[in-house]
Write a protein that binds this ligand. Structure first.
Ligand code: NAP
Length: 284
C-alpha cells in the first residue's frame, strides 16, 4: 500500500503484536535514510496469514516481519524460501524478488552480527547454547556457518536438543551445564529471566566461566539475573538488543538494498524500551 502521504508500507504480523519493538526500530531506520516508508503492526493469528499475504501482494508492501505464532504458518503462502528459512522451517522476514515473495529467517544472521561486535570479530569460538527452541536453532545454524569451532547445546528437553544438533552435526553436540565454564561464549536462548515469564529462577541456568563472553537474548529486563551473575563472575556480557537490531538490520537490507543505519535503529529500540520502563510496563 502507498499511504496517503505516498509512503510505502512495511508491516509486522503476529498475535499479540501491540508490544512489538519493530515499529520503533524500522521507523528509526526509515527516518535515518531516504527510504520513504512507514512501519506498522497488524494483529494476525495463523488463521489470518493467507489474507495478510494477499494484502501484501495486492498493495505491494515494501516488506513484512513475522513473529509468533505465524513464523511457520506463513511458509505455505510464499513463492520461495531462502536456504536458511528452509532449514529452520520458520520465517521472520518476507521480501520481494521480482514478483515473487521470498521468506527468510534473519535471526541467526542478526545474532552473528551481534556476537561479532561482542567478541571483536573472530567467530572461530567454542559456544554453549542454552535452549533449543526457535532462537537457539537459528543461532546454531548461523554460528556454525560463521565458523564456530564447537557448539554445546544444553536444554531441558533432550529430544529438542538433539534436533538442534542435527542442524550442524559436524560441530554441535548435546552437553551438560557444567561444561559451559570451559567455553569461549555462552548464549542464553531461553526465556528464563524475561519480564512476565514464570520460568523458574534464572540463576539456575549454568554460567560461563570468567573471561568468557555471555549473551542473553532477553532484552527486557536489560540485565537478567543470569547475565548479571555472568558479569559478576568476570564475563563480558551483552543483552538481546544487539541481536534484535541485527535481525531487523538484515530485514531492512533485504527490503531496501540500503545498508542499515544500525546506530539509529539501536537508538530507536533503546528509546522505546526506556519509555516503556518509565511507564512501568514491559514490552516484547
Ligand atoms: P521457544 O521456541 O519457546 O524456545 C524456548 C527454549 O527455552 C526451549 O528450548 C525451552 O526448553 C527453554 N526454556 C523455556 N523456559 C525455560 C526455563 N525456565 N529454564 C530452562 N529452559 C527453558 O522460544 P524462542 O523463540 O527460541 O525464544 C527464546 C528466547 O529468546 C525468548 O526470551 C525470546 O524473547 C528471545 N529471542 C530474542 C531475540 C532477539 O532478537 N533478541 C530473537 C528471538 C528470540 P524446552 O525445549 O525444554 O521446552
Amino acid at each position: 500500500m502507498v499511504t496517503a502521504s505516498g509512503r510505502r508500507l512495511a508491516v509486522v504480523i503476529g498475535d499479540p503484536i501491540e508490544h512489538s519493538l519493530s515499529p520503533a526500530i524500522h521507523n528509526a531506520a526509515f527516518a535515518a535514510t531516504d527510504v520513504d516508508a512507514t512501519f506498522v503492526t497488524r494483529r494476525a493469528g495463523t488463521a489470518d496469514v493467507a489474507a495478510v499475504l494477499a494484502d501484501m501482494r495486492a498493495e505491494r508492501w515494501l516488506g513484512m516481519s513475522v513473529t509468533m505464532p505465524d513464523k511457520e504458518a506463513v511458509v505455505a503462502h510464499l513463492d520461495a524460501l531462502t536456504p536458511t528459512a528452509a532449514r529452520l522451517g520458520a520465517v521472520n522476514c518476507v521480501f520481494w524478488d521480482g514478483d515473487r515473495l521470498v521468506g527468510d529467517n534473519t535471526d541467526g544472521e542478526g545474532l552473528v552480527r551481534a556476537v561479532r561486535d561482542l567478541v571483536g570479530g573472530d567467530l572461530a569460538v567454542r559456544v554453549g547454547v542454552l535452549g533449543a527452541g526457535g532462537a537457539a536453532r537459528a543461532a546454531v545454524l548461523a554460528l556454525a556457518g560463521a565458523g564456530a569451532r564447537e557448539i554445546v547445546i544444553v536444554n531441558r528437553t533432550a529430544s529438542r536438543a538433539r534436533a538442534a544438533v542435527a542442524l550442524a552435526p559436524e560441530i554441535a553436540r548435546v552437553g551438560d551445564g557444567d561444561e559451559l565454564g570451559a567455553l569461549d561464549l555462552v548464549v542464553n536462548a531461553t526465556p528464563a529471566g524475561m519480564s512476565g515469564v514464570a520460568g523458574g529462577p534464572a540463576t539456575l541456568l549454568p554460567l560461563p566461566g570468567p573471561g568468557a563472553y555471555a549473551m542473553d537474548l532477553v532484552y527486557d529486563p536489560p540485565e537478567t539475573e543470569w547475565l548479571a551473575a555472568a558479569r559478576e563472575r568476570g564475563a563480558t556480557v551483552a543483552n538481546g538488543v544487539p541481536m534484535l537490531v541485527g535481525q531487523a538490520a538484515v530485514a531492512f537490507e533485504r527490503w531496501t538494498g540500503v545498508v542499515a543505519p544500525v546506530e539509529a535503529m539501536t537508538a530507536g529500540a533503546e528509546a522505546e524500551l526506556a519509555a516503556r520502563r518509565a511507564r512501568g510496563r514491559a514490552g516484547d
